[in-house]
Every structure is written in C-alpha cells, then in structure tokens.
Design a protein around this ligand. Structure first.
Ligand code: COA
Length: 154
C-alpha cells in the first residue's frame, strides 16, 4: 500500500501527539506540538498510509544548523525502512531550508536509533551526562549535509 511523504501542520496535532506518546513516551504536550507545527523554522515531516501517521521527524533550523528534536516510527511498523525514509526526508527539507549541518542527541543505549543514525554517517562529538529523565547519558552527534550523498542508503 502506498506510503505518502508529507509536511505536517497544525491539522496533524492529534496524530503527532499520539505517535509521540506511543514512540517517545510523551516528549511534548499538545501546546508544545502546536508550536512545533506552526513555526516555519521548525520543519515537521511525516509518512502516512491511508491517512494514518506511521512516522515523523522534526527539527529546528538554527542559522545553518538543523537541530533534530524527534524521530519516531509507530512500534508495529519498525524495521521496515520507515525511520530511514522519514529521517532522509527531514534532512533534505533542512538542507533545502539552508542547513549545512545536522545535529541530534541520542541515548547511549538506544541501539535502534544509534544504528539508524550510523546509516547516515552521523559522528559522535560529545556527551551530555545524565541528560534524560532516567539518568541516561546522551551522545551528541553531527552530520555534514553539504557532503552527504547517500541520505541513509549505502
Ligand atoms: C529509532 C527508530 C526511529 C528506527 O525506526 P525504524 O523504522 O525501525 O528504522 P529502519 O527500519 O528505517 O532502520 C534503518 C536501519 O537502522 C538500523 N536499525 C533500526 N532499528 C534497529 C534496531 N532495533 N536494532 C538494530 N538496528 C536497527 C538498521 O541498520 C536498519 O537497517 P536494516 O533494517 O536494513 O538493517 C524507531 O526504532 C523508533 O521510533 N524508536 C523509538 C523512538 C526513538 O528512540 N527515536 C530516536 C530518539 S533519538
């Protein structure tokens, strides 16, 4: 069945909130999602199938940097390439908006996310100790978008 790539807006608020709760444990409130979805310098992209949001990725454009704030795939649809697809979409969108580099934080033990970011060539550049609510460290990673070629594909 066809999977549609899309830019998400305020009309997708409930879908983002649901996917956030399911996949990220409730990163943001409805009010915070509303801000993310309405602000042009905060791209939010998604993958939909038959109207259902399966994956999202979002970030903040800060000068020429894309600060990736969330990447999430519906639990029952993981390991089907959707994470790779939605992250590539966000990176291309950020690049199109003028970002030359992308950065993110990822939990030290988040095996799936670390593997996904590795596919794109993200490199570790530092650690934020006890960054998450559960005390886990975050690894800071960067990717040079100006030299990115495969966009997640080898
Ligand atoms: C991380 C996440 C977005 C990955 O989404 P996904 O759709 O499963 O990822 P993909 O299927 O596109 O995987 C791409 C590659 O990443 C790697 N990968 C993804 N999940 C993996 C896992 N659990 N274990 C090992 N490798 C994994 C693999 O190399 C995979 O390629 P392959 O399937 O061809 O081997 C998803 O697991 C998720 O939503 N997790 C919860 C939210 C989260 O942690 N987000 C990141 C916050 S920093």
């Amino acid at each position: 069945m066809l999977i549609e790539s899309c830019d998400l807006g305020c009309g997708d608020l409930q879908a983002c909130l649901s996917l956030d709760r399911l996949s990220l444990g409730g990163l943001w409130t409805a009010q915070q999602w509303h801000t993310e979805l309405e602000e042009p310098a905060r791209p939010v992209v998604g993958l939909r199938q038959q109207g259902q949001l399966l994956a999202l990725a979002c970030g903040w454009l800060v000068l020429d940097e894309l600060h990736i704030t969330a990447v999430a795939v519906s639990p029952e649809r993981r390991r089907q390439g959707l994470g790779r697809q939605v992250l590539a979409l966000l990176l291309r969108r950020g690049h199109g908006l003028g970002a030359l580099r992308a950065t993110l934080e990822v939990g030290r033990t988040n095996v799936g996310a670390l593997a996904l970011y590795g596919c794109f060539g993200f490199q570790e550049a530092g650690v934020r100790r006890a960054y998450y609510r559960n005390g886990e460290d975050a690894l800071i990673q960067w990717l040079n978008l100006a030299t990115t070629t495969g966009w997640g594909n080898p």
